[in-house]
Structures are given as C-alpha cells and as structure tokens.
Write a protein that binds this ligand. Sequence first.
Ligand code: KG4
Ligand code: ZN
Length: 446
Amino acid sequence: MPRMSDLRTKSKMSRILAIETSCDETSTAILSGSTQAPTLEAHFILSHTKKTHPFGGIVPEVVAREHLQHLEPLVAQTLAQSHNTLAHITHIAATCGPGLLGSLVVGTTTAKTLALAQNIPFIPTNHLEGHALSPILSALTESPPQEPPPFPYLLLLVSGGHGLLLLVQQPTSYRVIGQTRDDAPGECLDKCARLLQLPTASGAELEAAAKKGNPTRFADQIIPLPQPMKHAKLHHAQHCDLSFSGLKSALARAIANRTLSKQQRLDGAAAVQKALCDSLIERSDTALRTLAAQNRKPAALAVAGGVAANQTLHAQLQCLATKHALPFFCPRLELCTDNAAMIAYAALARSEVVPQKEKNKYSPSSSISLSSVSLSSLSFPVRPRWFLQAECDYKKAYVRSLLDVRNVRKTYANKTRSKKTMFTKVPTKAPTKAPTKAHLQTQTKE
Ligand code: KG4
Ligand code: ZN
C-alpha cells in the first residue's frame, strides 16, 4: 500500500483543499498547480440566502448552523468529484477572517482538524485577499487560459460585506486607497430592495427591477436621490472613501408614509442603482487620477465581489478603464460571489512566498511529531475583523503557523509552567499574622 507521504510527493505539485465559510455561503474547492498555472479541480458553492431571507437578513447563528450541517458532506463531495482522497492534499486552507465569528469557527475548526489528522500545513487565509486575487484566478482558469491583469492593478471590491478601492501591487502586497465609512454597497442594495418591497430583497433583484424603471421619473415624482460622496473630493484627506448609508436613509425618508405604485417602486430601484453606480464610478475615477498624479498609475482596472455581477456597473467600469487607457478585468460570476476557489488561490500565493527552507521544515515526510503540528496549526485565531493592509507582512505569521518547532515547544513549556503556578495549593485558612517569606515557602510545598 502506498504511504500517505508517497501519495503527496508523487508530484511536487501543490494541491490545496480550501474552505470558505465567512458569511452565508458554504464553499469548498480543490486547486492544484502554481499561481502561474492553476487548475481548479473541483468547486462547490452552497448559498444559504433562502434560509436567512425570512429573517430579513443574515442571522449569524442560523448561517453557522447551516455551515455545520453542510460543510463535511461538501468536503467529501469535492474530494470525490476531483478523484482525490485526503491523502492527495498537500495543504488545507480556510478563511480565518474577516467575517462572522461563528461561521469562521466552523470552517477553520474543520480545516485545522483535517490538517492535523493528515499532518499537512494549514494556511490561514484572509477573505479580502481571496477577492483581491480573484480576477487573476478567473483569467488563468478560463479555457483556454487568458492573460491575467498586470500588476499593479486598481481593484474595486464591492460585496455585501465590503466596499474597498485596493491597489494590488503583487500577491501578498496591497494598499487600501479608499474604503466605505459605513455600509457596504451590496448591503445598501439589499436594504433598499427591502424598502422597495422587492420579494427577495437582493441586489440581483434590484438590478432586474431597475431595468423596468426610470430614475428621472422617480426624481420628478418622489425625490432626487443623492449621489454618495459626490463632494468628498473637497475634503482632501479621504477623498477616495466610499459611503452608502446616506443613500439608504434618503430612500427611507423619501418613501416613508407613502404608498408607492408598482411602477414607482421600479423607478425607485433604478434611482438607487444609478446613484450607487455613479458614486462607485466617480470614486474609482478619483482614485485613478490620484494615483496617476502621484506617478503610481496602475496597469489595469479590475472589479470583484458579489456586486460586480451588476451589468450596469460592469459596463460603466469598462468605459472608465477605456477613458484611462487601461485594460479592464472582471472575474466570472462564480468567482465574484464568496467562493473557496479564491481562498485556495490566495493560500497558494502565500505558500509560494514562504521560503523553501521553511517549507522543508514542514514537509509531510519530515519527522515533525503530530503534537507539534497541532499546536502550530491551532495557533492562528479566527479574526472577525482583519484589515488587509495591516497584514501586509502576515507572511511572518504564516511562517510561524507553518511552524518553528522550537517556538511551539517553548510556548507549550511556558503554558505548562504557568498552569503549575495557577494550581499551587492555596491555604484554606488565612494566616493570622502577616506571612513571612519562609512561611509562604512552606505553604507552597504542602
Ligand atoms: O461577495 P458576496 O457574494 O458576499 C459578500 O462578501 O457579502 O456579495 C453579495 C452581495 C449581496 O449584497 C448581493 O445583493 C450583491 O452582492 N449582488 C448584486 C448582484 N448580485 C449580487 N448586486 C447588484 N447587482 C447584482 N446583479
Ligand atoms: Zn466576500
């Protein structure tokens, strides 16, 4: 029978099993090869929006339970579809943040347990880094593979949980150019869809409604909706930031105590979509002009995240890129929304930047004991808030998590020592006199 380590080393190729459970999608993927030539062997995305819809939004406890129920079978299905067993997997990755605490715990605990059982590295992965690299993964896994966006590229990351303008300098190196001060764009669309009583209250439905509506008519009959951050460039310091809660509040105020006709609700959807897209385009334009003025003009413009599926936004970004003489990139739909393939790719990029010396320490065939693997893998916590820019050199954290046996042993030894101190016998009766040094020593020995 082939040994586990033989199976993994039959080719030098990395094969990553990735798990994504940061919000309301349970997703698993197996990605092999290199960042230059990745192969997506299997990919599943299970959305739980139908379960959360009756509650009027995401309920953390409900989605965590859904992940718990569906993750294990999905991992098995992913292995089966790609004709792999766990013995073929060289690394396990999971989203450690940002996201919902309970959901993250389900995904990372499963991933860490599998890594521990298989004695392979666990790669803690940042969800935003997954989105940031998704345009590259999308291009390289097209058939035939397409040219990926050149570095550095300006990425507009727009989803239900995030709104960011990010300069992707290279994998593992990012600069935040602007970010939302309040709601994420997807969150704003979902809330406006609910205010307009669209049945599933989603961004996709708002887009469908907007196609049948007229924003000018809404402005004439109800109220003109404001374009968020239109005058922000006057406030120099943060002139690439985004903001969407004002748009949602303006709609809420405009339609409060009114009964809208069906056509007026469709017009409202068109007005919201126009204000949001105009703002995203103006903010991206400002970011491109600011970077150019600083002699840091990016080589491409890209968009990622669930809202990137919006066709109006897509078309306007394409025009903006043309205006700045830049190529434009948008991942295919399955890679726009939350997915494990992008987590696997970000983990692959992280594993490639770790020096070979560190990797050798951790090869499955090396003589590292199971207990040290468990300690190093479990040392990386879930981070419900995890800013990408602050983690520019989380390479260090990754190397640490891959393991320095000495450090792990030292930490373990310290923990054991502190436990001994904690459990030192405490006298049941307080001494009547103030205790002397000698007195204390006798008590500890008892
Ligand atoms: O990236 P994603 O799947 O999850 C998060 O990280 O949040 O994004 C989901 C968001 C939701 O707010 C959804 O309403 C929005 O993406 N969305 C859209 C469209 N499809 C999904 N927004 C506008 N137009 C669409 N076609
Ligand atoms: Zn996301």
